[in-house]
Design a protein. Structure first.
Length: 202
């Protein structure tokens, strides 16, 4: 299996959500990368099409977004499994087709706040911006294959990073293509200890 890169958000990578990047100064970590976490959302909803566009207009190194899948296998940008960030409802994205969601909440609202991955990559086709694709559905091979095939479709496999809290999901993606760049999200001491234990037992 190829190398799994540790994406240690606090220690090695700066996440930018609503901060002013002009105020950030580093003198020691010359190779630090700046990531617009869920896009740049000072004046737009996180993970929205507007937040992604705002990030494209800055000097960030990566644009991070979360990825889920609808009932009809459309890949959409969303952190939570439900639609509460649009309407307050707790219905799950995976239980509705994308067209059903647009009919229920309007085309304009869904297209803005729940954009499709295809739309994001169409916007990025003439941009040098790279992405961190945070996988929110873990060991569902249909979902993982769909994500991988979409990145292949837009020639993004060599540019973007697959990120997940699931080491198993990342290992599956490395099996699909050893050139896939993957990053293990670790945000707690327990997760770090579990990862070290898994390496010791390998």
């Amino acid at each position: 299996m190829g190398k799994i890169t540790l994406l240690l958000f606090v220690a090695t990578i700066l996440l930018v959500s609503c901060s002013n990047t002009q105020d950030i100064k580093y003198t020691e970590l010359s190779d630090i990368k700046i990531i617009a976490h869920r896009g740049l959302h000072q004046s737009a909803a996180p993970n929205s099409i507007e937040a992604i566009i705002s990030a494209m207009e800055t000097n960030v190194d990566f644009i991070e977004f979360d990825l889920r899948m609808t009932k009809d296998r459309r890949l959409v940008i969303a952190h939570d499994e439900n639609i509460s960030f649009i309407s307050g409802d707790t219905i799950k994205i995976c239980n509705y087709t994308y067209d059903e969601l647009k009919e229920k909440y309007s085309i304009e609202v869904v297209s803005s706040k729940l954009p499709e991955l295809d739309n994001i990559y169409t916007l990025l086709c003439n941009s040098d911006k790279k992405c961190v694709v945070d996988l929110k559905i873990w060991m569902d091979t249909d979902y993982l294959n769909n994500v991988y095939n979409t990145l292949c479709k837009y020639d993004r496999v060599s540019k973007d990073i697959f990120a997940s809290y699931s080491l198993e999901a990342l290992e599956y993606l490395k099996q699909l293509n050893c050139d896939n760049v993957v990053a293990l999200n670790i945000s707690t001491q327990t997760q770090w200890n579990d990862y070290i234990a898994s390496k010791d037992n390998a």
